[in-house]
Design a protein around this ligand. Structure first.
Ligand code: ATP
Length: 466
């Protein structure tokens, strides 16, 4: 059996067999069931047409010559109702004109009776290869998401597991969500993932960054305006709330919203109606709001800079995205994710990262969070000449962290004080420092230091470290 045929065992294919010769249909079904096909039999044309209307099939095998509804009618029906399915026609003679008509009508291939079982299996195998590929990709992507993330939100740290759990529960609802986190921690990515997993996903996701807009333009961006509503408003404009109707509006940097606009936004959220600037007509809107901020909105509210009533409306559910330095376990996963992304985009292949470069990426503090890590990986690939990403491809502030001195110690400022000290003191210093950086996570510390976990454990005990 060919590799392709073995593949049929892994991803089941649903096949409809339309044939008024009952014994023949059974024989076809039996030989395909042995290669993991799920077979349904229709012993007449009308029954076949009815099944095509009501069920999903990947491949349809139909006899050409049948009373009432013949094979050509089944082919037409299949092309209308199940355009992704492939149709194989069976005929007693390959030369008859209806075979030509069937091929012109979009049949995948034809087989002559009596059937050769190998040929039948091969034809079904080929006809279903596209659909199996799509399924395999979907299940791979799903598997990856389930293990390490949710809709492109990658993370394997306990804090990201909590975030992903939260996302899975709240995405399908209509709840307003407030996402908190430093710049570059993935707030917009998370907002998109919420939208993508909600019943609104076929409607627009509309992002608006409040801080990027001067106060005078913000309200017209949000609510729209009529022609002549203010100087410069020559034509009418539809606002983001209207654009997002049926979908999700993502308001980034919501903490920057001026007080006047805050009142208007609150009213819209309460009444679910908007009025374009310069108009008296109210329009009903159905929008899910997701807001984000890197400010401490709660303390802004307590200080009176942000309205309390609006704060409580926005923060029905709050998601906190921790900075990358507090979830270093996610760094290796993110590195691999971005390497794959950029290699694919740039049509490149790289051997991977050297240990020293990886150590530098693991020890850096990432003030710009995941966006900065992503940019660094992109930059490293752009700089790289030899297909191996090493410290020479790192930006300067990181190269210092990865530069190995002759005795293998991590270089960088502050290390000179260790020169002349006994080696075990130096080792103790570095283990303590690495533990500090990882927040005491041993697995990650071991990776960072390039030593086995058991060795690390022994040394922690030996040096009396916590
Ligand atoms: N968990 C993650 N997994 C994969 N990619 C991520 C993750 N978090 C962020 N990113 C990527 O990092 C970049 C920055 O993310 P995003 O724009 O969502 O951050 P942000 O918090 O909205 O930033 P800002 O506050 O500056 O608007 C994007 O390219 C995003 O795809």
């Amino acid at each position: 059996m060919s590799d392709q045929q073995k593949d049929m065992f892994q991803i089941a294919i649903s096949v409809l067999i339309v044939d008024d010769d009952e014994a023949h249909a059974q024989a076809v079904a039996e030989s395909l069931r042995r290669v993991n096909c799920e077979c349904t039999i229709a012993n007449s044309g009308p029954k076949g047409a009815e099944l095509i209307e009501s069920q999903q099939f990947d491949v349809i095998i139909t006899d050409l010559k049948m009373d009432e509804v013949d094979g050509l009618a089944i082919l037409r029906k299949a092309k209308e109702e199940l355009p992704d399915a492939e149709v194989i026609v069976l005929t007693a003679h390959s030369s008859i004109p209806s075979v030509v008509t069937a091929m012109q009508g979009g049949a995948y291939t034809y087989l002559t009776k009596p059937l050769d079982i190998q040929e039948l299996r091969q034809s079904v195998d080929k006809a279903s290869s596209r659909i199996r590929l799509i399924r395999r990709n979907i299940s791979l992507a799903k598997g990856l998401d389930e293990r390490f993330g949710f809709e492109g939100v990658i993370g394997n740290s306990p804090s990201m597991h909590r975030v992903i759990e939260q996302l899975k529960n709240l995405a399908p609802t209509d709840t307003t969500v407030l996402i908190l986190g430093e710049s570059g921690t993935g707030k917009e990515l998370v907002a998109r993932a919420i939208h993508q997993n909600s019943p609104r996903k076929s409607k627009p996701f509309v992002p608006l960054n409040i801080s990027a807009l001067p106060e005078s333009i913000l309200e017209s961006e949000l609510f729209g305006h009529e022609a002549g509503a203010f100087t410069g408003a020559a034509t009418k404009r539809v606002g983001k709330f209207e654009y997002a109707n049926g979908g999700t509006l993502f308001l980034d940097e919501v903490g920057e919203m001026p007080a006047e606009t805050q009142i208007k936004l609150l009213r819209v959220l309460e009444e679910r109606k908007i009025t374009r600037l310069g108009s008296n007509d109210e329009k009903s809107i159905n929008v899910r709001l997701v807001a984000a901020t890197n400010a401490n909105l709660k303390s802004e509210m307590e200080e009176g800079a942000f309205r309390g009533d609006l704060y409580y409306r926005l923060s029905v559910v709050t998601i906190y995205l921790p900075p990358l330095r507090d979830r270093r376990e996610d760094i290796p996963l993110l590195i691999d994710h971005f390497l794959k992304e950029f290699c694919k985009r740039q049509g490149r292949e790289v051997e991977g990262l050297s240990r020293a470069a990886r150590q530098a990426l693991l020890s850096f503090d990432w003030p710009g969070n995941i966006r900065q890590l992503r940019n660094v990986i992109e930059g490293m690939l752009a700089l790289d000449m030899d297909g191996k990403l090493d410290v020479d491809d790192l930006p300067t502030e990181l190269a210092e962290l990865g530069g190995e001195s002759p005795d293998g110690l991590i270089g960088g400022s502050g290390t000179d004080m260790l020169i002349g000290r006994p080696l075990d003191e130096v080792e103790k210093y570095y283990i303590a420092r690495a533990l500090e950086l990882t927040g005491g996570k041993r697995e990650e510390t071991a990776v960072m230091l390039g030593m086995g976990e058991r060795t690390l454990y022994r040394k922690i005990k030996e040096y009396g470290l916590k």
